[in-house]
Design a protein around this ligand. Structure first.
Ligand code: HEM
Length: 362
């Protein structure tokens, strides 16, 4: 039994509830070996790291990474992100006719940025994306998730070995130092954290940029508000996070004891999905929840999480998305969906966006 927590207020409470844990050892089905062979999300829920740990273990792992992602450090990346955006837009401008904004713009930006933070080679970007995409897919063929995790883990272990031999000024080297000098991180945790940063560091921001562009193109009145300067780009980012959350549902959380939620009893050992995209549209919490409204006030969405596992990359995600959207629409104010474009949802209950976004610049 897995419960989808779709109501905003219930989700907010459970995300901060000490009776709810993230280590899969608390899940009856997992502990008793009752999950189907080759279940696509098995690696996702068991890879050692921040998203699968609790309490002191979680604080130790999170502490090592959070130093590299403080709002101040992220703000210092702004000029480099602007340059990357400008270069990608030059590339887009040189394309002839319709093109897929997801492939040519929304994907390479966060991939390059997280790649640079971690010190990954640019040539590895396509493979890294393909592997992490399979890892978060809830519809991959049996075993594909595990194979992707094995390959991604192997690739990142080779990166770690190279950094050990030749340390650099990047987050991977800093994590290795924490592992080797202070023995604060196991090898498995090191690779798990790198994996989580690669996956969470780009799939989500990619979706956010695509979802914002779609929402703006579908609501010309709202696009006009931002182009006229009546609302800022951060309002676009925050309203898109609420209206079309990039993380559909985050697997899994487990009840450490029986938890009563209204007239529902979540039993000890049962699993829960944090249904972020649904919570953003909860009309018990938001007035006119299905309306994309950039002038909305009091938008305290949960789409970047809440409680101890709140998104550690939130400042980076906001900076990247805001820069990308501002520069994209400043350069191409006439951007529109390509004729006949029919964006299809990604086949995943984790990743919430479209698989392609065909557009034209005029
Ligand atoms: C955690 C969303 C960007 C790294 C989370 C969570 C959410 C989220 C909802 C909580 C997951 C849960 O436990 O239920 C997003 C969205 C993003 C984004 C919507 C972009 C728009 C990023 C970036 C990075 C990142 C850029 C890396 C630099 C992480 C990590 C965690 C996390 C490592 C786990 C934290 C923990 O368990 O303590 N994110 N994220 N995210 N995010 Fe993000």
């Amino acid at each position: 039994m897995v419960w989808a927590i779709t109501h905003h207020d219930t989700l907010q409470e459970l995300l901060a509830d000490p009776r709810v844990a993230k280590n899969a050892k608390h899940w009856n089905l997992y502990r008793e070996g009752r999950l189907p062979e080759g279940w696509p999300l098995m690696t996702f829920i068991t890879v050692p790291g921040m998203t699968t740990s609790d309490g002191a273990d979680h604080r130790r792992l999170r502490g090592l990474v959070s130093q590299a992602l403080t709002p101040r450090r992220i703000a210092a990346l702004a000029p480099a992100i602007e340059q990357r955006v400008a270069r990608l837009l030059d590339g887009v401008a040189a394309l002839d006719g319709d093109f897929d904004l997801r492939t040519h713009f929304a994907l390479p930006l966060p991939m390059q940025v997280i790649g640079e933070l971690l010190g990954l080679a640019e040539e590895q970007a396509d493979l890294l994306h393909e592997l992490s995409n399979t890892l978060v897919s809830s519809s991959a063929t049996p075993g594909a998730g595990a194979t992707a995790a094995l390959n991604l883990g192997g690739l990142l272990a080779r990166v770690a070995a190279a950094k050990r031999a030749e340390p650099a000024d990047d987050l991977t080297t800093a994590l290795i130092a924490a592992r080797e000098e202070q023995d604060r991180l196991s090898e498995e945790e090191l690779i798990g954290i790198l994996m989580q940063l690669v996956v969470a560091g780009h799939e989500t921001t990619l979706n956010l940029i695509c979802n914002a562009v779609r929402a703006l193109l579908a609501h010309p009145d709202q696009l006009a508000l931002v182009l006229n300067g009546e609302v800022g780009w951060s309002a676009v980012v925050e309203e898109t996070l609420r209206y079309d959350g990039p993380v559909g549902q985050f697997p899994m959380r487990y009840a450490l004891e029986d938890i009563r939620v209204g007239d529902v009893l979540i039993r000890r050992g049962e699993a829960m999905l944090a249904s972020y995209a649904a919570a953003g549209r909860d009309d018990r919490h938001y007035a006119d929840a299905d309306r994309f409204d950039l002038t909305r006030t009091g938008n305290r969405h949960l789409s970047l999480g809440h409680g101890p596992h709140f998104c550690i990359g939130s400042s980076l995600a906001r900076l990247e998305a805001e820069t990308a959207l501002r520069e994209l629409f400043t350069r191409f104010p006439g951007l529109r969906l390509a004729d006949g474009a029919d964006p299809k949802p990604i086949a995943s209950f984790v990743s919430n966006s479209v698989s392609t976004l065909m557009v034209r610049t005029s």
